[in-house]
Every structure is written in structure tokens, then in C-alpha cells.
Design a protein around this ligand. Structure first.
Ligand SMILES: Cc1cc2nc3c(=O)[nH]c(=O)nc-3n(C[C@H](O)[C@H](O)[C@H](O)COP(=O)(O)OP(=O)(O)OC[C@H]3O[C@@H](n4cnc5c(N)ncnc54)[C@H](O)[C@@H]3O)c2cc1C
Length: 292
């Protein structure tokens, strides 16, 4: 089945967009995790239409119920890859979906890692994109830093270039779905917490908190959940300061990919996310209707 649009993220931006796309008769799938920042808001007083204080949790639940009532399909899952072929292929640990367009509404990307010299070696041995940089590590010794399905997915992508792959969990226990549990046995797993990266101009080794170290040619970061920035890098979407660049109609520079809400930076508020979701939906509706 081909969806007209897949919306990644079920916070205010994603759900607002879905309300418009379903009501315009677009076949709409929303895939989102539970991690909206609105869930952390115990009291919301500045969103239109509520005479009493409401919780973020309440707004999220009501939004989801509204989208379902109007005909959107909602799946609680994590998207680990988005690829542009003729259409867009959106992958979760357990399934793969196809769509004519994609809306990124994944919220603000979190700074997830505190490792010494991480920034110093970005682009010099530390990479966030197997599709972009895997080729440069042909037959070399590489690592993937992560402990969830996203990391194993990236390690599998790297097998096209090298067989010498270690997954570094940075002290975390692996948290894998059934599908990826079968796959991770193909890789060496290292659980040691990482202190810092070292090298001269380029990354040469990983130093662990226990005082040990290991030589390494490249480290691919795939920590926790894939963020808007991870998707952007693979799809060739322009970003600035960890935010996706969009025009006034919420279009990215990649045809068929739109973005809304906190992942686009700016004023991070529910009203803004909802407004941008509506604008993105308008652009998506126009885009899909013009397709042959
Ligand atoms: C403590 C706190 C209090 C706040 N209080 C207020 C307030 O009073 N008023 C106000 O206007 N704003 C408030 N905000 C800001 C508000 O919560 C955000 O601006 C708003 O939630 C942004 O909506 P969004 O849809 O862009 O992102 P989010 O609400 O963060 O939703 C992001 C969605 O994307 C999903 N996602 C991310 N990555 C993936 C992936 N790889 N696969 C699948 N799904 C993914 C998440 O699970 C989630 O469903 C508050 C924020 C915080 C943290």
C-alpha cells in the first residue's frame, strides 16, 4: 500500500498536520514514539481554547483521539530510516512503509552524548551518516555507537563497505526488537563506557573510562532514536544549528519532504508547532495532488 503522506512524530506538529491531510482525503499514516516534549509539561496555560489549566499529557491524548476519529492511522513506533527511491520508504524495526511524501515532525533533537573530543573529530573519523560516509571506510575498522535498533540498522548498512564492525554501547544494555536481536550477533559488541576519542588530525582511537583504549578508523553515531538531523543527513536536507531549514510553506530543499514544529528551530511552543503542522499539510496536499 502506498500512503499519500507519512508523518513522523505524533506531537502537536505531526497531529495537527494529520488533521488537515485526512480531511483532504489523503491516505495518512502517523508514526511516532511516546517522547513528545509536551509530555513533560505539567501545566499549560498559553494554548488557545482552554478556560482551565491543562496538562501536556491531556493535549497529546486529545490530539491523537481527534486524528483517529477523522481517519488517520496512528502507529506507536520508532522510525529508524527514511530513504528516497521513486517514493519514500520509511522503516521501523518491524515494518516498512511506502509514501509519496514525508513530514518530519520529530521535535527538538536532543544532545545525547557527552564524550570527550566528539566535536573535534566530527567529519574527521566521527560520522552521523552511513549513507554519506560509509564508502570512505572500505575494509577499515569501524564502530557504531548505540544500543538500540537504530545502531544495528546502521551497522548492517556498513557491512556493504567493511566486515570489521563493532557496536559500542557506551555502558548501556542492548535494547533490541526481535528482528534486530537476530542481526546483532553478526557484530562484535563492546559495552565499555567511552571517555573520549583521540588521534592527531583524524580519529585514531577510543579511550574507555576503565583506562583501556582501542584503535579505530571511524565511529558512526547512532545513539538512541534517529532524530530529524539523522534523517536530514541521509536525505540531503539542509540544516542549521541542529534544525531543519524550511521555507515559509514548511518545504525542505528535498522534493516531497516537509518539516514542522520544534525540529525546525525557532519559537518552540505548541501554538507554533500546530500552526506549522497546518501549513505543512497545506503544502503536502498541493504536492500530492500535483503528482502524476
Ligand atoms: C517541560 C516543558 C514544558 C513546556 N511547556 C509548554 C507550554 O506551557 N506551552 C507551550 O506552548 N509549549 C510548551 N512546551 C513546548 C512544547 O512542548 C513543544 O513546543 C511542542 O511539544 C513541539 O511539538 P512538536 O510536535 O514539534 O514536537 P514534540 O511534541 O516533541 O513531538 C515529537 C514527536 O516525534 C516523535 N519522534 C522523534 N523521533 C522519532 C523517530 N525516530 N521515530 C518516530 N517518532 C519520533 C516523538 O516520539 C514525538 O511523538 C514545553 C516543553 C517542555 C519540555
Amino acid at each position: 500500500m502506498v500512503y499519500d503522506v507519512i508523518i513522523v512524530g505524533k506531537g502537536p506538529a505531526g497531529i495537527s498536520a494529520a488533521l488537515y491531510t485526512v480531511r483532504a482525503n489523503l491516505k495518512t499514516l502517523v508514526i511516532g514514539g511516546p517522547g513528545s516534549s509536551l509530555r513533560k509539561a505539567g501545566k499549560v496555560d498559553n494554548y488557545y481554547g482552554f478556560s482551565e489549566t491543562v496538562t501536556g499529557e491531556f493535549l497529546l491524548k486529545q490530539g491523537e483521539l481527534q486524528a483517529i476519529r477523522l481517519g488517520a492511522e496512528l502507529v506507536e513506533d520508532e522510525v529508524i530510516a527514511i530513504e528516497k527511491k521513486d517514493l519514500f520508504e520509511v522503516t521501523t524495526p518491524g515494518a516498512s512503509y511506502t509514501a509519496k511524501s514525508v513530514l518530519l515532525a520529530t521535535g527538538q533533537p536532543q544532545k545525547k552524548l557527552r564524550i570527550g573530543n566528539l566535536e573535534k573529530y566530527e567529519g574527521k573519523g566521527v560520522s552521523y551518516c552511513t549513507t554519506c560516509d560509509g564508502f570512505f571506510y572500505k575494509d577499515l575498522k569501524v564502530g557504531v555507537l548505540g544500543y538500540r535498533d537504530f545502531a544495528v540498522h546502521e551497522a548492517i548498512e556498513l557491512t556493504a563497505f567493511t566486515k570489521n564492525i563493532t557496536i559500542y554501547t557506551n555502558g548501556k544494555e542492548l535494547e533490541l526488537s526481535e528482528k534486530y536481536r537476530e542481526e546483532f550477533g553478526k557484530f562484535r559488541i563492546d559495552h565499555r563506557p567511552i571517555l573520549k576519542f583521540e588521534g592527531s588530525e583524524f580519529l585514531e582511537k577510543v579511550c574507555f573510562e576503565d583506562g583501556t583504549e582501542e584503535s579505530l578508523d571511524g565511529m558512526f553515531i547512532a545513539y538512541e532514536t534517529a532524530s530529524s538531523v539523522d534523517f536530514a543527513m541521509k536525505l540531503g536536507i539542509l540544516t542549521e544549528n541542529n534544525s531543519i531549514i524550511v521555507d515559509g510553506a514548511q518545504k525542505t530543499n528535498v522534493d516531497g519532504v516537509f518539516a514542522a514544529g520544534d525540529c525546525t528551530g525557532g519559537f518552540k511552543q505548541i501554538a507554533v508547532a500546530v500552526g506549522q503542522g497546518a501549513l505543512a499539510a497545506k503544502s503536502i496536499i498541493e504536492y500530492v495532488r500535483k503528482l502524476p
